[in-house]
Design a binder for this molecule. Structure first.
Ligand SMILES: Cc1ncc(C[n+]2csc(CCOP(=O)(O)OP(=O)(O)O)c2C)c(N)n1
Length: 580
């Protein structure tokens, strides 16, 4: 094999680890790597407009596939721009390898032009962050970085000075031993035995599910049936557990709805399955609680536990279900299903009145029509802000749709960049970015990336000319709105000027046809819907002490609003109850 440069070896290694795209912006110290990508058949360079977008896009790919994805930034400001997207990827447990190009190695430590220390800077948002100071480090440091990202699920960063990138790497092909399939984590026998005892001793069991139930739908359903348990979820559990679920009692949390809160507080055994749900005020204090998670550091950090079980949800339930006694009484389950249906019946009427004539257009109406018109396997990316509320309540999961957001890191402007990553992964799949006007305009430059690569992403801008979520926080806190409004902007005109399809919607009657037209359009399209900034009603029981940003809250349903097709699902579940 011909001698490779360190840059060539890097690209070869990531290609072998399954990386197909390297997102980034070129520049000086990064040029040898980008040139190596140009000459490599297996990896494509994706030229974005802002490195933060590169990191978000790689994070989206990794979240959708569970496989390694990659991004890169040039030295100093170039890689510094990656940081927010890398935080998001890391906290979403997305395996992402970031290449942070570094200034010439001879200059490090001298205050040189564009000098930063990426190996230190990225320490907090990565499992591994190392400088390659000698080309001989190349294969082993990159392999270690990949193994950290894949094995521990998060970000790894390799800092590579431009001069080292251009030097010859050690001869011979680079080594790479990356296990791609995750092992199952089976809980210990003693923990399982104690869990069986607790379940058998309980009369009313409730399950509360987070993202850790991914891939365990059938196991959760089988266990819920055996112990007649209502099943609630956190936002990140929704896409994995709410569909085909006769035990569904909705979502808990600030954006929650339905009877999840009641089911969690009125049971005598609460089992937290694969959730790191952070709002402790929503968790009961006087209920026996078990937590199951394959990351032991999460056990007990949100609430006091009677039992901590270190294991995969799937593996744990597969061991547990056959060992626990089947419960005969469905009384608790049925009463919670009824409470859930009643709660949703009340909620849905909050916005459906006059919705097709209400001006400005009600954002909940847009979300509900989008839910009906979007494909059964669509990927929705959801901006932080009010779009999270609309997505939580109106997107109907079915096991094939996916929903990505910045649900742990909570960054604005995530939706468009994540849509870019999702669409590169599969150009044939429908990808819809639910963008706030604040979020969209924050990283709007990368709308041009859609046009440049003819990516058929559909951007739906909920254009309320405001940082609406913050307006709401201020209102609840008794503060006057300040620093939250924008002058009105016609994003459809901007989209058209950029060379994409742009559709402006000001009338409710236009919503459905505009969304249909955009979804049918073969290329990038943006639907700019002028929406009502006063879209949510706050229940009177919320006081200023109770809500400080997202941090609060002792209430059950904090934000009132509709709940879309979930009403039908709740009613359908009631049909299975005899006598109703
Ligand atoms: C990068 C970043 N900056 C600021 C915030 C604080 N913040 C959270 S939501 C939000 C408003 C979002 O406004 P917009 O995108 O217009 O959506 P809306 O809530 O109006 O639907 C702000 C400023 C944040 N989460 N992330």
């Amino acid at each position: 094999m011909a001698k490779q440069t360190a840059a060539e070896q890097y690209v070869d290694l990531i290609a072998r680890a399954g990386v197909r795209r390297l997102y980034g912006v070129v520049g000086d110290s990064l040029n040898p790597v980008v040139d190596a990508v140009r000459r490599h058949d297996g990896v494509e360079w994706i030229q974005v407009r802002h490195e933060e977008v590169a990191a978000f896009a790689a994070g989206a790919e990794a979240q959708l596939t569970g496989r390694l994805a990659a991004c890169a930034g040039s030295c100093g400001p170039g890689n510094l721009h990656l940081i927010n997207g890398l935080y998001d990827a890391h906290r979403s447990m997305a395996p992402v390898l970031a290449l942070a190009a570094q200034i010439p190695s001879s200059e490090i430590g001298t205050g040189y032009f564009q000098e930063t220390h990426p190996d230190r800077l990225f320490g907090e948002c990565s499992h591994y962050s190392e400088l390659i100071a000698n080309p001989a480090q190349m294969p082993r440091v990159v392999q270690t970085a990949i193994q950290h990202a894949v094995g521990r699920r998060g970000v790894s960063v390799v800092a590579l000075p431009g001069d080292i990138a251009g030097k010859h790497a050690p001869e011979g092909s680079a080594q790479l031993a990356v296990p791609l399939d995750r092992p199952a984590v089976r809980p210990g026998d003693a923990e399982l035995a104690r869990l069986v005892e607790l379940v058998d001793a309980a009369e009313r069991v409730t399950l509360f599910c987070g993202r850790g139930v991914a891939g365990a739908h059938a196991d959760v359903m089988a266990f819920a049936e055996r112990v007649k348990a209502p099943v609630g979820h956190a936002l990140r559990g929704k896409e994995h557990i709410q569909y085909d679920n006769p035990y569904d009692v909705g979502m808990s949390g600030l954006l929650g709805y339905g009877a999840a809160y009641e089911a969690m507080h009125e049971c005598d055994l609460l089992i937290l399955l694969g959730t790191d749900f952070p709002y402790t005020d929503f968790l009961p204090r006087n209920v026996r609680t078990v937590q199951v998670d394959n990351q032991p550091e999460r056990l007990g950090r949100r609430t006091r536990l009677d039992l901590a079980v270190w294991g995969d949800v799937r593996e744990t339930l597969a061991c547990l279900t056959p060992r626990v006694q089947e419960k005969a009484s469905r009384r608790f389950l049925e009463s919670m299903l009824q409470r859930h249906a009643r709660a949703l019946d009340g909620a849905v009427s909050a916005y459906t009145r006059n919705v097709d004539t209400h001006m400005p257009v009600h954002p909940e109406y847009v979300a509900s029509v989008l839910d009906e018109e979007a494909a059964d396997d669509a990927v929705f990316t959801v901006d932080t802000g009010m779009c999270c509320v609309w997505a939580a309540r109106y997107l109907t999961p079915n096991g094939r749709r996916r929903m990505l957001g910045s649900f742990v890191h909570g960054s604005m402007a995530n939706a468009l960049p994540q849509a870019i990553g999702a669409q590169f992964l599969d150009r044939g799949r429908q990808v819809v970015s639910m963008s706030g006007d604040g979020g969209f305009s924050m990283l709007m430059g990368d709308f041009l990336t859609l046009v440049q690569y003819d990516l058929p992403v559909k951007v739906v801008v909920f254009n309320n000319s405001a940082l609406g979520m913050v307006d709401l926080e201020m209102m609840v806190d008794g503060l006057p709105s300040y620093g939250t409004s924008y002058p009105h902007t016609d994003y459809a005109a901007i989209a058209r000027a950029a060379g994409a399809r742009g559709i402006r919607v000001e009338q409710p009657a236009e919503v459905r046809e505009a969304l249909r037209e955009a979804l049918r359009h073969p290329g990038p399209a943006l639907v700019d819907v002028v929406t009502d900034p006063n879209a949510l009603s706050i229940p009177p029981r919320i006081t200023s002490e109770q809500l400080t940003g997202f941090a609060l809250s002792a209430g059950r349903t904090v934000l009132n609003g509709g709940v879309g097709r979930m009403v039908q699902l709740a009613r359908a579940n009631l049909r299975n109850i005899p006598g109703i």
